[in-house]
Design a protein around this ligand. Structure first.
Ligand code: ADP
Ligand code: MG
Length: 625
């Protein structure tokens, strides 16, 4: 019998296919099962159009059988089958999709859709098989044909026997190589797992003869093995079900079954969109941060299905980084079952879906914030940091999206508040949104630089996360109110106080200049403080980088030596200042000692390291004796 060659371009494509297109060889099974499901769909459509054809749901199925000895894996279906011509055109020409043509010919009704449209899936069989044999009998025909190929060389077609309409694909599984194990594709447990993973929601039963064991008849401890036919797939996907019929428990089970996380999700979002792009999605907001969340092993993404068939485990393009904690899946009938991730990235439909999902997640989080504050705070504890990173990254491109989701601890409310809540409590005379950065709420409570703002009765937001100040710098303002650090030069609080400070500054110019000389490069300036009430001294920063930011930047691996411009502020209304004045007039050496002491005190209060602790303790001893 003459061997027919594949068409030239098919041959090249086939070679490419075998070697590269799919990264996971196991997906060959997904492709063949999808084709079988398509073939059954086609009978279903025929039945819709032709009353002589009857479609009895029970007689349509897909069956997977493995024969370990002969190394043959068979996928058979009771679908529409192929005529001799169809075998030639559909399987002889790569990238020729019979299913796509069928789709164009028939006006497809909603609900059912055909998966294949790319015309390359079938060839993935050659990734695991040396020889592929297709035995098929077309619906309504009396003849059956056998198509056979061992790869790029070509194929043969000859008549054969087959009782019922449908198709059987026999794969002669490759021998193991040093790098690769092909035996696994003959193992029952492995096949079951692959079917579950990719084809769980195919709407026809996928059957397998599964090995079981039972007590031998008449025996009490002698077991025998036997085979029993089992349906492997669950068929109706939860996301196609009516939301109203599903309970929280159903969603939780799905979350656990899918191993999205070990926690109980805080919230699920079930989306069914029937607009410009049609898709179903089930998304989850986890309760706890995954242990690997901030490691490089963590991969964001949603599972992506095309019409019930898994095409990607983690489709990263569906989630922005700031929502990377969201788990779940998306299924769309409008997505072409593309062959590679590269193509998928540019898919317009996918972009639309991503945009849609993004909006939905935001609105669901906002309603959680509004309706169930406690739950939202649990969420925020786990993932608030990620939202703040989101505000900061991409040069603030997403700050508008995220600003209303932020929470900060409030000095007045003693709990987390939104920016909107803060602004709504501002009085007319309050110009800024004040914040103070520090290690913990307790520490910030005691920071001297909060004194004036707090005394004025203004609310202060406490920034205890290292990313907070960076995010706020990016945000710049909220509802036209500018953010202001309690350490900043111009607090915009009391103009009289400001003039008075300026006068003091001039009056004690020489004293401050002397102190600055003592401290040399350690500080940029020594000044009169406008913000201190009861504390004698504080250290603040001039310019872009605050002291808290300096700490964060210094702690980063490979950090450049970034330093804030430090300013030592002196409270001229404090008794200590009198001592400074006296020392300036009578004993300069003492003033130098006092200056160093005050500087070190200020560092301690701020939680900054003291460069020379020995010098500091020696200084303390000096004033004691
Ligand atoms: P696609 O499914 O994207 O069209 P494939 O390479 O997977 O491309 O399959 C090529 C064509 O072969 C299908 O479009 C279909 O016409 C035909 N075909 C493949 N498998 C079967 C089958 N089990 N039953 C009937 N036709 C099939
Ligand atoms: Mg296909």
């Amino acid at each position: 019998m003459a061997v027919k060659e594949f068409q030239a371009e098919s041959k090249r494509l086939l070679e490419m296919m075998i070697n590269s297109i799919y990264s996971h060889k196991e997906i060959f099974l997904r492709e063949l099962i999808s084709n079988a499901s398509d073939a059954i769909d086609k009978i279903y459509y025929k039945a819709l159009a032709d009353e002589n054809v009857n479609f009895d749901q029970n007689s349509y199925y897909i069956k997977v059988t493995a024969d370990k000895e002969k190394r043959i894996l068979t996928i058979s279906d009771t679908g529409i089958g192929m005529t001799k011509e169809e075998l030639e055109t559909n399987l002889g020409t790569i990238a020729k999709s019979g299913s796509l043509a069928f789709k164009k010919e028939t006006e497809l009704k909603d609900g059912y859709d055909i998966i294949g449209q790319f015309g390359v899936g079938f060839y993935s069989a050659f990734m695991v098989a040396d020889v592929v044999t297709v035995i098929s009998k077309a619906f309504g025909s009396n003849e059956a044909y056998k198509w056979e190929s061992s790869g790029a060389d070509g194929y043969t077609i000859e008549p054969c026997e087959k009782d019922e309409a449908g198709t059987e694909i026999h794969l002669k599984i490759k021998e193991n190589t040093e790098e690769e194990d092909f035996d696994e594709y003959l193992e029952e447990y492995r096949l079951k797992a692959i079917i579950k993973k990719y084809s769980d929601f195919i709407r026809y039963p996928i059957k397998m003869d599964v090995t079981k064991s039972r007590l031998k008849e008449g025996s009490e401890n002698d077991y025998e093995q036997y085979k029993e036919e089992e349906v492997i797939n669950s068929m109706v996907p939860i996301w196609r079900k009516n939301k109203k019929e599903l309970t929280d428990e159903d969603y939780h089970n799905f979350y656990a079954e899918k191993r999205y996380g070990f926690d109980k999700p805080l919230k699920h979002i079930h989306i069914s969109v029937d607009g410009a792009v049609r898709y179903n999605a089930i998304l989850f907001i986890p309760e706890k941060m995954p242990f690997d969340y901030y490691t490089k092993e963590f991969e964001k993404g949603l599972e992506l299905y095309s019409n019930g068939v898994l095409i990607m485990d983690k489709c990263a393009d569906l989630l922005p980084d700031y929502f990377s904690f969201v788990k779940g899946m998306v299924d769309s009938e409008d997505l072409s079952l593309n062959i590679s991730r590269e193509i998928l990235q540019h898919d317009r439909q996918l972009k639309l879906i991503a945009k849609n999902i993004n909006k939905k997640i935001k609105s669901e989080l906002l309603s959680l914030l509004k309706d169930d504050r406690e739950k939202y705070e649990t969420f925020y504890k786990a993932f608030g940091r990620q939202l703040k990173f989101g505000v900061y990254s991409d040069f603030g491109a997403n700050k508008e999206t995220l600003q209303d989701l932020l929470l900060f601890y409030s000095s007045k409310e003693k709990k987390l508040v939104t920016l909107d809540e803060y602004v709504s409590r501002m009085t007319d005379e309050q110009k800024y949104i004040y914040y103070a950065a520090g290690e913990s709420v307790e520490r910030i409570d005691k920071l001297p630089q909060t004194e004036l703002v707090a005394e004025k009765g203004y609310e202060i937001l406490y920034f205890t996360d290292d990313v907070d100040e960076f995010a706020i710098r990016m945000l710049m303002n909220y509802k036209d109110k500018e953010f202001k650090s309690v350490s900043s030069g111009d607090l915009g609080i009391d103009a009289d106080n400001d003039t008075k400070s300026a006068e003091e500054e001039t009056e004690h110019k020489e004293l401050f200049a002397y102190m600055k000389d003592v401290l040399k490069d350690k500080v940029k300036d020594v000044r009169v403080s406008k913000r201190l009430k009861s504390h004698p001294v504080v250290i603040t920063a001039d310019g872009e980088i605050s002291l808290e930011m300096e700490k964060v930047l210094q702690a980063m691996p490979g950090s450049q030596d970034v330093k804030a411009d430090r300013v030592l502020e002196i409270n001229v209304n404090h008794e200590v200042f009198n001592a400074l004045k006296t020392a300036f007039e009578t004993d300069k050496e003492k003033l130098a000692l006092y200056t160093n002491l005050l500087y070190h005190q200020a560092l301690l209060i701020e939680g900054l390291p003291i460069e020379d602790p020995v010098e500091f303790t020696n200084d303390i001893c000096k004033i004691m004796v």
